[in-house]
Design a protein around this ligand. Structure first.
Ligand code: FMN
Length: 371
């Protein structure tokens, strides 16, 4: 009897096509697609090809060190798991399966605001695994403050404020499909568990789901969000505050002036503004402004170890994995995520060795050339 085996998940293209088979078309499209004509989504990966690695050999690479330190905490590798909302549309175990996979490799998990499970449930699954909390600042400051306090209590050690979402991007695939999962309840774990949010409702979500979702949508997007709100967040937490979505060197400079503790160079995986700069193109100028004063994390377009190598060599301190692990989740739950994470770690390790570099901390611009 012939046994049909699925492909191993080495190539991003294979991962994506296996995920497409495993998921219903609309949720798959929600994860896969970008804003508008997907120019930025494509540039995010294509622009990595403009940088080539120039190996330097005859160094002892028998022992490789992937570890990095941020805010005094040492991490085994430079990989973080990016905040991804709505994972309940991908797999029933959603963030809990991802948390268990992260734990296998001790990789820090940045939990999104709009998760299917609550931040407390995710923290419980993570045990002592490192974790940060991604914050979408609510229109209602009391809810924002409550989320931050809950994250602190649940052992999250940094707050990552996403600044590139004053409103949802022009997501043509979702508009064509009329598919808006924020309204399904799979993004409500934190809201429905929140005492301040619940107290704003006449009936609890368990009794009147539609009104609760409507209320969540009302307070979710915050188009009037400014640098003053960042100060408010800094005032209500002792945790380090990072800004996710920095693309302009002037914003990077301003972040430092406002005493922000770190930034994430990100364009939300090309989901927000089509035609905006790819992150690998934005990174060098931002690194020049930051001058090593605060940590710079990077995401959008990391598809293999060599991409992480390039971002780190250009000056990023760590990189966030996004869609690759979501596809792993779709294909095979915790095991699928683990397979993907394992490959990324091994691929980076091999990339270091084959470039003649023993430690991620020795990566620098001289190892790259722009073509
Ligand atoms: C399905 C999906 C949901 C996302 N949800 C969030 C979120 O809740 N909060 C956030 O800050 N970023 C979110 N992002 C953006 C990711 O954190 C990250 O910036 C992006 O996935 C990086 O691009 P890449 O996956 O193409 O590498 C989401 C991305 C995807 C694909």
């Amino acid at each position: 009897m012939s046994v049909l085996r699925r492909k191993h998940l080495y190539h991003f293209e294979d991962l994506e096509s296996e995920a497409a088979k495993a998921m219903d078309p609309h949720p798959f499209s929600y994860v896969q697609s970008g804003a508008g004509h997907e120019e930025t989504l494509q540039d995010n990966t294509r622009d990595f090809r403009k940088w080539k690695i120039r190996p330097k050999f005859l160094n002892d690479v028998s022992k490789r060190d992937l570890s990095i330190s941020i805010f005094g905490e040492t991490f085994d590798t430079p990989y973080f798991l990016a905040p991804i909302g709505n994972l309940g549309i991908v797999h029933p175990e959603a963030e809990l399966a991802v948390a268990r996979a992260a734990k296998r490799f001790n990789l820090p998990y940045i939990a999104s605001t709009v998760t299917t499970f609550s931040l407390e449930e995710i923290a419980k699954e993570l045990g002592t695994n490192p974790r940060w909390f991604q914050l979408y600042c609510s229109q209602d400051r009391n809810i924002t403050q409550s989320f931050i306090q809950r994250a602190e209590l649940a052992g999250y050690t940094a707050i990552v404020v996403t600044i590139d979402t004053p409103t949802a991007g022009w997501r043509t695939a979702d508009l064509s499909n009329q598919y808006f999962p924020l309204k399904l309840g799979t993004a409500s774990g934190n809201y429905f568990a929140d005492p301040v949010f619940r107290s704003s409702l006449i009936q609890p979500p368990e009794k009147d789901f539609d009104t609760a979702i409507e209320k969540q949508m009302d307070v979710f997007f915050s188009p009037s969000f400014t640098w003053e709100d960042i100060q408010f967040i800094q005032n209500v937490t002792k945790l380090p505050v990072l800004l996710k979505g920095i693309l302009h060197p002037i914003d990077a400079q301003k972040a430092m002036e406002y005493g922000v503790d770190g930034i994430v160079v990100s364009n939300h995986g090309g989901r927000q503004l089509d035609g905006c700069i790819s992150t690998i193109a934005a990174l060098p100028e931002i690194i020049e402004v930051i001058q090593g004063k605060i940590p710079v994390l990077f995401d959008s377009g990391i598809r293999k170890g060599a991409d992480a190598f390039k971002a780190l060599a250009l000056g990023a301190d760590a990189v966030l994995l996004g869609r690759p692990y979501v596809y792993g989740l779709a294909v095979n739950g915790e095991e699928g995520v683990s397979e993907v994470l394992g490959h990324f770690i091994q691929d980076l390790d091999v990339s270091l060795a084959t470039a003649g570099v023993a430690s991620v901390n020795s990566l620098n611009r001289s190892l790259l050339v722009k073509v």
